[in-house]
Design a protein. Structure first.
Length: 203
């Protein structure tokens, strides 16, 4: 489990495609003690397992389902990724509950400077619209953010300077794909309502 508070922005050193899965080597200032072999780490919001350490870099493997559902297949040497080690009991909880189970990707359709903040607007597929709620939480590339505005398949988040300087979102250009994980509580609520509606219709 994660909180959506990014601890470091790492740099991809190597991306090796192996049939349907991939092996990714990432350089990071985080120490091996933060996530040893077998530990979970969120890479752009995707929960992966550390399989090796090499000096200042660690290695993770991304399975076929992960490659198909996320933006990890777009990584290449030199690209930056958001990193967050798994939450430990007793740690400060500042974001929201993030599982690292990416639902889909969203496309950046607008990037607007508003005084000292930046508004990022994304487009999502219709089936994910019910899970995006104004003033609700969403994880974009693993970053816990608040939804500022929603219009159909379009939603916007506002970023303060700190978020821009401590994550990889400032590097994204229009049409970039980001990983999207909707709020777990919202998923359960929508699922429960759908089951109740289906049950009443079939009676």
């Amino acid at each position: 489990m994660f909180t959506g508070i990014i601890k470091n922005v790492g740099t991809v050193k190597k991306y090796i495609q192996k049939k349907q899965h991939a092996q990714i080597k990432i350089k990071s200032r985080l120490a091996q003690a933060d996530f040893p072999f077998g530990a979970s780490i969120a890479v752009n919001g995707t929960c992966l397992t550390v399989t090796a350490w090499e000096n200042d870099s660690f290695v993770v493997d991304a399975m076929p389902e992960t490659i198909q559902r996320t933006n990890l297949h777009l990584l290449e040497p030199g690209k930056q990724v958001n990193l967050e080690p798994a939450l430990q009991i007793g740690e400060r909880f500042d974001g929201h509950l993030v599982l690292g189970h990416v639902d889909t990707t969203a496309k950046l359709v607008a990037k607007d400077q508003i005084e000292n903040s930046v508004a990022l607007t994304f487009q999502i597929a219709p089936e994910f619209v019910p899970y995006i709620v104004e003033k609700g939480s969403v994880a974009i590339d693993g970053i816990s953010l608040t939804v500022a505005r929603v219009t159909g398949q379009i939603f916007t988040v506002d970023l303060i300077p700190y978020t821009l300087s401590h994550t990889n979102l400032n590097a994204y250009e229009l049409d970039s794909q980001v990983n999207l994980e909707t709020d777990i509580l919202g998923k359960y609520i929508v699922s429960l309502i759908n089951k109740q509606v289906h049950s009443s219709v079939t009676k």
